[in-house]
Design a protein around this ligand. Structure first.
Ligand code: MN
Length: 192
């Protein structure tokens, strides 16, 4: 097996009540694991076998892209959270968010709106463009701003499997609740 499921930086109960142990068990242990298993099967005997996950995401298409990007996106997503994170962005990241949206709260509302308004399955992203400006980006299915040459800073998963056990059809409620567990130190490290 080339790729393995990386450990979570917290235990399965750690994100409650925002994300239940049950949701995390399925989302991490079943969904993310399945993307990694599928990818390992698909790349056997192909040039992708010797590439890093990020290289595969940037150069593949079809089923290999879908599974590689879903694996990459989930690792990035789960690493964006912490049980008792700092209450909001600081320093240069805070300044950059304020330059783009005026206030951090306005950014959060726009991010939630983009996530709630994404039709079907996908991801809402905060990314840094090549010119250093920040942008909120909607991506369907396995989409990621990595393929646009942007630096991803934060993502919320809007596939139903991310929230249905805890929030049923209330995707917007899950998006709003996720701010309580965003690890802003990690987001800032990605920005710098
Ligand atoms: Mn997911």
């Amino acid at each position: 097996m080339k790729f393995e499921l990386p450990p979570l930086p917290y235990n399965l109960e750690a994100l409650e009540p925002v994300v239940s142990k049950q949701t995390l068990s399925f989302h991490y242990g079943k969904h993310e694991q399945a993307y990694i298993n599928n990818l390992n099967g698909l790349i056997i005997g192909t040039p992708f076998e010797t590439m890093s996950l990020e290289e595969i995401v940037k150069t593949s298409e079809g089923a290999i892209f879908n599974n590689a990007a879903q694996a990459w996106n989930h690792i990035f997503y789960f690493n964006s959270f912490a049980p008792n994170p700092p209450k909001g962005p600081k320093n240069k990241l805070k300044k950059a968010l304020e330059e783009q949206w005026g206030e951090v709260e306005t950014f959060k509302k726009e991010f939630e709106k983009a996530g709630a308004g994404l039709f079907g399955s996908g991801w809402v992203w905060l990314a840094k463009k090549q010119d250093g400006k920040l942008e909120i980006i909607q991506k369907s299915n396995a989409g990621t701003p990595l393929t646009d040459g942007y630096t991803p800073l934060l993502t919320f998963d809007v596939w139903e499997h991310a929230y249905y056990l805890d929030y049923q059809n209330r995707r917007a409620d899950q998006l709003k609740a996720l701010w309580d567990i965003v690890n802003w130190e990690t987001v800032e490290a990605r920005y710098l």
